[in-house]
Design a protein around this ligand. Structure first.
Ligand code: HSE
Length: 300
């Protein structure tokens, strides 16, 4: 039996739509073992009432993809999921499922695929690389598909920076959040984002948090997604007033993220209260950036 731990992730971080993400210190665990026949899936924690226990399960599908590619399909499979990442909230639950399934299966298959091959497979299953890359490698990761291969670079998290998250009690499916986006953006908006993304990467690299407020502005996806998250603009503005550095929609939402280097509890409380004024119940979390990505905990 193998046991794999995979971090939650926050993608985009404002201007880095589909190419930037961070790993967070909140983890799901995937346990997997070969069985003589059949499929047995047990789920504990987040999503236990919703996650399918049949062949449509994402962890199972990712694992089977790897077993087929490595020609090592087992006669049966046992999977146990211990989930701490809220489902469909913009915190990378599906990326964690894909990465967890792939890594557990890869260990059972004798570590036939490299980290790079796992990344390419995970990005193909997820549709974009920005969550799966930090889920695999940890830290802050820039990732881009080039001719079918994912090129990526990992930046170590700057010390002292934490993510304050307000997680609403409703879900938004990524597909719905992508359907509201335009097919084309203006040159002005593209230039707005690319300058800020360059600033943001540099700010992380140098640990210069004073750049974050400007560097995390976005015109490519957040303005369109605001309609899916009641109170989004007010909550982000309130977090800034309470002392947050940069603020953004986490991934495709609906969670909102505020980077801060102090006042964490106050910022969380203000985000929750401001959400409530828009009729949204939210829970808050203060999470460090996880320097490590998915890893096998032990082999039993
Ligand atoms: N970059 C993706 C999006 C992340 O914003 O749609 C969500 O999976």
């Amino acid at each position: 039996m193998v046991r794999v731990q995979v971090p939650a992730t926050a993608a985009n971080l404002g201007p880095g739509f589909d190419c930037l993400g961070i790993a967070l210190q909140l983890y799901n665990t995937v346990e997997m073992a070969r069985a003589g026949s059949g499929l047995f899936i047990e789920v504990q924690g987040e999503g236990a009432d919703e996650i399918p226990r049949d062949e449509s399960n994402i962890v199972y599908r990712a694992a089977m993809r790897l077993f087929k590619q490595t020609e090592s399909v087992p006669p049966g499979l046992k999977i146990k999921l211990i989930n701490h990442i809220p489902l469909a909230r913009g915190l990378g639950s599906s990326a964690a499922a894909i990465v967890g399934g792939l890594i557990a299966a890869n260990i059972l298959a004798g570590n036939r695929l490299s980290q790079k091959e796992l990344l390419t497979l995970a990005a193909a299953l997820e549709g974009h690389p920005d969550n799966v890359a930090p889920a695999l490698f940890g830290g802050i990761v820039v990732s881009v598909a080039v001719d079918g291969e994912i090129k990526y670079v990992k930046i170590a998290p700057p010390p002292g920076l934490k993510a304050v998250l307000a997680v609403p009690d409703f879900s938004v499916l990524t597909k719905a959040a992508r359907d509201v986006l335009p097919q084309l953006v203006s040159l002005q908006d593209a230039v707005f984002n690319l300058g800020r993304l360059a600033l943001l990467i540099t700010a992380f690299h140098q640990g210069d948090f004073s750049l974050l407020p400007a560097a995390m502005e976005d015109r490519i996806h957040q303005p369109y997604r605001a309609s899916l998250v009641p109170g989004m603009k007010k909550v982000l503005a309130a977090a800034r007033l309470a002392g947050a550095r940069g603020v953004c929609l986490s991934g495709a939402g609906p969670s909102l993220l505020a980077f801060a280097d102090g006042n964490f509890e106050l910022i969380g409380r203000v985000m929750k209260d401001t959400f409530r004024q828009s009729g949204v119940r939210a829970r808050t979390m203060v999470l460090k950036i996880s320097p490590v990505g998915a890893r096998a905990l032990e082999k039993i």
